[in-house]
Design a protein around this ligand. Structure first.
Ligand code: SF4
Length: 97
């Protein structure tokens, strides 16, 4: 179960604060401020949203750098799930489960 989640147009961001506790870089916050629209800020040593989850989802430009930087420079606490548009229909057409 994630401690922080928000949906954006094509997916979902989840953050596990147990990983953030020992993070030394807060790379997610930095990446979003450099490449995205500054959705996060630090509060008591963890990333929190600058606005409501709904507003955050609307402001997200889906650059995905929060996850890339978290996994390359942070403590792997942030994950992004992306929809696979058309996958169900494709599997049905192919007779796959
Ligand atoms: S970079 Fe990853 S582990 Fe570090 S604070 Fe951000 S989400 Fe947590």
């Amino acid at each position: 179960m994630a401690d922080l989640e928000f949906n954006f147009r094509t997916g979902k961001v989840s953050i596990d604060y147990s990983k953030c506790k020992t993070c030394q870089s807060y790379a997610c916050v930095k990446a979003c401020s450099l490449f995205g629209t500054t959705l996060y800020r630090l509060e008591k040593g963890k990333p929190v949203l600058m606005s409501s989850p709904e507003e955050t989802g609307r402001r997200c430009i889906e650059d995905l750098t929060c996850e890339l930087y978290c996994h390359s420079h942070g403590n792997k606490g942030l994950t992004i799930e992306l929809d696979m548009f058309g996958l169900e229909e494709y599997r049905k057409q192919r007779g796959l489960k």
